[in-house]
Design a protein around this ligand. Sequence first.
Ligand SMILES: N[C@@H](CCC(=O)N[C@@H](CS)C(=O)NCC(=O)O)C(=O)O
Length: 277
Amino acid sequence: MTTQYVPPKVWHWEPKQDNKFASINRPTAGARFERELPVGRHPLQLYSLATPNGQKVTILLEELLQQGTVGAEYDAWLIDINEGDQFGSGFVAVNPNSKIPALVDRSATPEIRLFESGAILLHLAEKFGAFIPQTPEGRATCLSWLFWQVGAAPYLGGGFGHFYAYASEKQQYPIDRFTMEVKRQLDLLDRQLAAHEYIAGAEYTIADMAIWPWYGALITNEAYGAAEFLDVTSYRNVLRWQQQLAARPAVRRGRLVNRRNQGLRERHAASDFDGLA
Ligand SMILES: N[C@@H](CCC(=O)N[C@@H](CS)C(=O)NCC(=O)O)C(=O)O
């Protein structure tokens, strides 16, 4: 039985260990220690981890390389968010928000620093003129779904995933609230994918690459162990699209980058995948 919580006049932080990420959470931003970031030989330096937000970028980079875009060669360095790497001074200088993914584009002078996965996808798609429709209407649709994903993910991860899978105590109120929203999101995607092969229409775009790592992992039970709870088999068009993208070689490679285990901790060359993908 949960006791009634009466908020105090002013909230004060009390360090607790009541969920999976409690040890790294603090109510303040900024660097917590000095550490430079490593730099490799390629124009693009990625600092990331193979979470859904991280996979979006490595999938796009692998798709660009697959189609022969030489300028998309990249070094990917592992930022272990469970160890607090995102609070090192070098990382914070690239991303003051202390979250993966972060990218430095060293092909420009001065170098371009990017954070927020959506901004990184858009930068790369525009830079290489790929995976973003060229017509104004197609571009608008693609960007609408891209920004939808960035806005929707906190309800899925920070809301549903947190209370269903990570919180030490299971509470019906937040689980009901966020389950309702996540099932609404799945229904929305299912309807869109019933009418179109890909999220933004007939073309495979950065909108698919942003949405797939989150909702694909949800319906294959890789995220939060909630497939049965959410009755994912009823979203047949999402399942069809999930499988279609999962079969792409670049998607398979992109998912392996910056994994702590069973993949590549770092990626510096195409040959790093030999014997893996
Ligand atoms: N809106 C951001 C979200 C990034 C994000 O939440 N990253 C998580 C991992 S998926 C992270 O780095 N968390 C570490 C922390 O919160 O300290 C984006 O799309 O890039």
